[in-house]
Write a protein that binds this ligand. Structure first.
Ligand code: SAM
Length: 232
């Protein structure tokens, strides 16, 4: 079986030896609150207007802290999980959120969503399979309404065994119906969000922080990237 299929078909999360471990693989509440501010800043930059009635989903939500934080910021968002363990925990932990079972590799619900979010799912971060990953992204973008945004947050923690982000961006850029951003460093938005856009451009901030980024990378740091896909 191809490595992609192994990862795609494993219902068990390899990191969840104990049920509680779903929490250690999930961003906690304090960090989620900081990150959402950065995510909203990027959405504003892309002129994303959240309608009062909206339909959003967090694919691979883990324990659901990020999902919950979006929901507290007026996103009508549900969580989606593949693993049974995470599904049970996410439901117990978020009685007021809708959490459904589903598989990112098969996800396609045409023209249904204003906003789709997905962070650190192994189909993207633990295997490098261009054909399958491009298909996943295309299916997710198909699932957006016009002007809807898919925000992908994914790391190079297992590099080179992760999606080739640059190649995906370059390839999808050729599709005139999809606007694709370059890679934003998530930590810049988390730690320096209040300086970005209105006050200082992200690019300048990234340039100023480049020595730190390179130093951290040389010391084994895996960065999380935010990539925006907008259906236009
Ligand atoms: C590292 S956790 C990240 C959780 C959360 N998104 C966050 O950033 O805090 C990855 C989650 O994706 C889920 N997952 C893995 N493969 C999936 C798939 N094919 N479809 C949906 N969810 C999946 C796992 O069960 C796990 O809970």
């Amino acid at each position: 079986m191809k490595i992609f299929d192994q990862i795609a078909n494993s219902k068990e999360h390899t990191g969840y030896r104990k049920r509680e471990e779903v929490f250690s693989h999930t961003v906690d509440g304090g960090n989620a609150a900081k990150m959402i501010k950065g995510y909203i800043n990027i959405l504003n930059f892309y002129n994303f207007k959240l309608n009062a009635i909206n339909n959003c989903i967090d694919i691979g939500c883990g324990a659901g802290y990020i999902t919950r934080e979006f929901s507290e910021n007026n996103f009508n968002i549900k969580g989606m999980e593949y693993s049974e363990d995470a599904l049970t925990i996410a439901k117990e932990h978020n009685p007021n959120l809708e959490i459904i079972q589903g598989d990112m590799s098969k996800f396609k619900e045409e023209n249904q969503y204003d906003f789709i979010f997905s962070r650190e799912v192994y189909l993207i971060t633990r295997v490098n399979c261009f054909t399958e990953q491009k298909q996943i992204i295309s299916n997710i973008v198909d699932s957006l309404k016009l002007n809807g945004i898919f925000m992908l947050v994914a790391s190079d923690v297992s590099y080179p065994n992760c999606m080739d982000y640059n190649l995906i961006i370059k390839t999808i850029k050729k599709d005139k119906n999809i606007l694709v951003s370059s890679k934003y460093h998530e930590f810049i938005f988390k730690k320096f969000n209040k300086f970005i856009f209105g006050k200082i451009s992200y690019k300048i901030l990234e340039l100023l922080l480049m020595p730190l980024i390179l130093y951290k990378k040389n010391n084994g740091w895996a960065s999380q990237y935010i990539i925006i896909f907008q259906k236009i």
